[in-house]
Design a protein around this ligand. Structure first.
Ligand SMILES: Cc1cc2nc3c(=O)[nH]c(=O)nc-3n(C[C@H](O)[C@H](O)[C@H](O)COP(=O)(O)OP(=O)(O)OC[C@H]3O[C@@H](n4cnc5c(N)ncnc54)[C@H](O)[C@@H]3O)c2cc1C
Length: 454
């Protein structure tokens, strides 16, 4: 087996997504000799970073750290790792500034004032901008080079084995950053950890998010945590019918729906649409629709008063809402029994009038308003699989923790491949933040480790 480099690389980074690029740049800044390997081809969109909406949740005057922390703890039902969450939040503003220095530009927040900024051009510009910065820092990226194994000697990192078109090769390295993304595209792992039905959700991002880093690290004794959780956002049904629409730019979530109601094929409501603002509910509603409702679909129903506050965020065919002048005609167009939809809407409107909307079954805790002004509208929606929440347990230095809670010397991990950040649900925009923040932490600490090993 040949060796790619005779001299050990100080820091080898696996994957050129946001976590990997930020790690490589941070390690280089510390004076380390750095290399990235990436299994995809260079000129095709790859990594979830390229498919992302580009929203980055960060602290601001309107959105203080205490609120950010409370939001993560609320949606994770208190399970998120408090230390990793605090570090993410504390560094969120700096992460945005660091990305801005790389030439990334931001749209001002509109739907979620104060909570998230979005990259102009979304992931489709974010990913190339990061790679451009890596190239400018003279860090080589070896494409079509896939990590297949990691070797330790006396509990310490020795080298990695990679698969190239030409065969298997060895890369000796002093420190390693695993930033290989999630396992959402690996049907076997999804079935094993999440359950049989989860593969029915539409994959919204990279088909190569196959959990390689999870598998290889676990084989070395790394601890995997929270493996059952995932982001199952609501998406426009058009993405299921015409998946090519999202193939290059990513499939967008439906994130504006508060004034509407969600009904299933039987015309019944099944979820508290007003439990919280959409940025804190969309990531779990898609999962509920796809896995628990007949046919895996639902209809988002609203009236003309709510038209400007509902947005399916969809660019493909059958873009506009289904429209009718009466609820009965809308029901016919959706193939729902008219009497069923009528009675759901009537019961809902009565509850709004009485102020008992929070007592409905299921409740509509917030944003309840009568659905009574024609035209009436509906979007067909389903669930998408955005990314898995579970992964390698890391500590505050991004060191990989073993099953016996000691660190695996020389091994660091960052981004979607790590667990502990999100459980059950996720506040929009916080994954890119933790990827950027912990990418930098992993890169810095890996460089320091390599220097000590020299
Ligand atoms: C449609 C969509 C929209 C999203 N929108 C947002 C958003 O607006 N805000 C937000 O915060 N989050 C969003 N996310 C989630 C966010 O994009 C990801 O969590 C984040 O980009 C993950 O970055 P990463 O660097 O960890 O992984 P990735 O960007 O997935 O990069 C991992 C890289 O590792 C490579 N790799 C994998 N295995 C190997 C191997 N064995 N050898 C070599 N290379 C390998 C992969 O090819 C890939 O390029 C969205 C996700 C999707 C799918």
């Amino acid at each position: 087996m040949s060796t790619i480099k005779k001299k050990a690389v100080d820091v080898l980074v696996i994957g050129d997504g946001i976590a990997g690029c930020m790690a490589a740049l941070a390690a280089r800044k510390r004076g380390a000799d750095v290399m990235i390997i990436e299994k995809s081809q260079p000129n095709v969109p790859h990594g979830n970073t390229a498919f992302s909406g580009g929203a980055l949740r960060r602290v601001s005057r309107e959105y203080p750290a205490t609120k950010y922390f409370a939001d993560i703890m609320k949606v994770s039902q208190g399970q998120a790792d408090a230390e990793l969450t605090r570090i993410t939040i504390r560094n969120s503003r700096r992460a945005k500034a660091d990305l801005s220095r790389l030439g990334i530009r931001w749209t001002s927040p509109n739907a979620n004032p104060g909570r998230a900024d979005s990259v102009v051009g979304r992931g489709a510009t974010l990913a190339p901008a990061l790679r451009k910065a890596v190239k400018k820092a003279k860090i080589p990226i070896l494409y079509e080079t896939k990590l297949t194994d990691i070797s330790l000697s006396n509990g310490s990192l020795e080298n990695v084995k990679v698969q190239k078109k030409t065969g298997t090769q060895i890369i000796p390295c002093k420190a390693l950053v695993i930033s290989t993304g999630g396992f959402q595209a690996n049907r076997k792992l999804v079935t094993q950890y999440i359950g049989k039905g989860a593969h029915r959700l539409v994959l919204r991002g990279d088909k190569k998010s196959t959990g390689d880093g999870h598998r290889i690290a676990a084989k070395l004794g790394a601890r995997l945590i929270g493996m059952e959780g995932y982001h199952g956002g609501i998406i426009h049904y058009g993405y299921k019918k015409y998946p090519r629409v999202g193939e290059v730019k990513g499939m967008r979530s439906v994130k504006k729906y508060e004034p509407g109601i969600l009904v299933n094929r039987q015309g019944k409501r099944f979820v508290d649409e007003g439990e919280d603002t959409a940025d804190k509910t969309y990531a779990k509603f898609g999962r509920i629709i796809a896995l628990t409702q007949p046919g895996g679909i639902a209809y988002l129903i609203f009236d003309s008063k709510a038209n400007d506050r509902v947005d399916p965020m969809y660019d493909g065919p059958e873009k506009g809402p289904i429209e009718a002048m009466t609820i009965e005609d809308l029901a016919k167009k959706l193939s729902i029994a008219s009497s069923r939809l009528r009675s759901t809407v009537d019961a809902f409107n009565r509850a709004v009038d009485d102020g008992t909307n929070a007592k409905l079954t299921p409740p509509k805790s917030n944003f309840a308003q009568r659905i009574d002004r024609p035209p009436f509208y509906a979007y067909v929606v389903t669930g998408g699989m955005t990314f898995t929440f579970g992964g390698i347990k890391i500590n505050s230095k991004a060191e990989v923790m073993s099953k016996t809670t000691s660190v695996i010397s020389g091994l660091y991990a960052a981004g979607e491949v790590t667990g502990g950040f999100f459980y059950n649900n996720y506040p929009a925009g916080s994954s890119l933040t933790r990827c950027a923040v912990f990418g930098e932490i992993a890169g810095k600490n890996a460089a320091d480790f390599a220097r000590r090993k020299a």
